[in-house]
Write a protein that binds this ligand. Structure first.
Ligand code: FES
Length: 255
């Protein structure tokens, strides 16, 4: 983990209250696995005090640029959305990321994203296809106004979109699409809200499944207990999402 100042190259709204920020700097050379995240300091003022953890969506090593996607849902992310051309204090890359090395060429990976859990799938999809893995994407959103990254995913493989209210794509949830389209896969990799991860674990936990957890975070480096997640029935068995994850094998976390 390193700390550096990156330049905000661009910062624009790509769906309803969903922003894409492109950051540039030497730190980008240290990114390794898709699914890692950055911890961004949103302001130098006393409040909002905390950094914001944002998944890495896309990395361009040729120009030292990295993209992150976020939804404005409070003061901190509103302040982030106003940044353009300035420098921003960044900790990262943090976390373990998805296990691209373990997935063999010729296998089929099902990539499932929900809402702001979709972004890390883009870099993941790129890395998997580069090594000869077939990818299928299933993306879930609340409504048409929330949909983003469909075209980016289509560039790498078949892509299905579900919206809860049926205003775009198929009506329903990602699990409905997987079942109705009878999608076949060797490994499932997912990032999104806990209810979605829980449903995937319940239905496909007998297969090889990796889940990236979206927990609230404080320090982002293992020093507080803001992001703990139980690993079993006992309250004393837990992992820290920021340090031990955010990606876990499905059987490693209790949802
Ligand atoms: Fe502090 Fe994970 S955010 S331990």
């Amino acid at each position: 983990m390193k700390k550096a100042h990156l330049t905000v190259q661009s910062n624009s709204e790509i769906a309803d209250r969903i922003y894409k920020m492109v950051l540039k700097g030497e730190l980008v050379r240290h990114f390794t696995e898709p699914g890692q995240f950055l911890h961004l300091k949103v302001s130098d003022a006393v409040t909002p005090l905390l950094r914001r953890p944002l998944s890495i969506a896309d990395v361009d090593f040729a120009v030292n640029e990295v993209s992150v996607i976020y939804r404005t849902d409070g003061e901190g992310t509103r302040l982030l959305s106003e940044k353009k051309g300035s420098m921003i204090d960044v900790l990262g890359p943090l976390g373990n990321g998805f296990p691209v090395r373990r997935i063999e060429p010729g296998k089929t990976a099902l990539l499932v994203g929900g809402g702001v859990g979709v972004p890390p799938l883009q870099e993941l999809s790129k890395r998997l296809t580069e090594k000869g893995v077939n990818v299928i994407h299933v993306l879930g959103f609340q409504s048409a106004k929330d949909v983003f990254y469909e075209q980016e995913c289509l560039a790498y493989g078949d892509t299905y979109v579900a919206t809860a209210d049926g205003t775009y794509g198929e009506k329903g949830f990602v699990t409905d699409i997987i079942r109705e389209k009878q999608l076949e896969f060797d490994v499932l990799l997912s990032c999104g809200p806990t209810p979605m991860l829980k449903a995937l674990k319940q239905q496909y936990g007998h297969k090889e499944v990796y889940l990236s957890m979206e927990e609230r975070m404080g320090c982002g480096i293992g020093a507080c207990f803001a992001c703990v997640c139980r690993t079993g029935e006992s309250d004393t068995s837990y992992v820290k999402v920021c340090l031990d994850g955010p990606v876990f094998k499905a059987e490693e976390v209790a949802l």
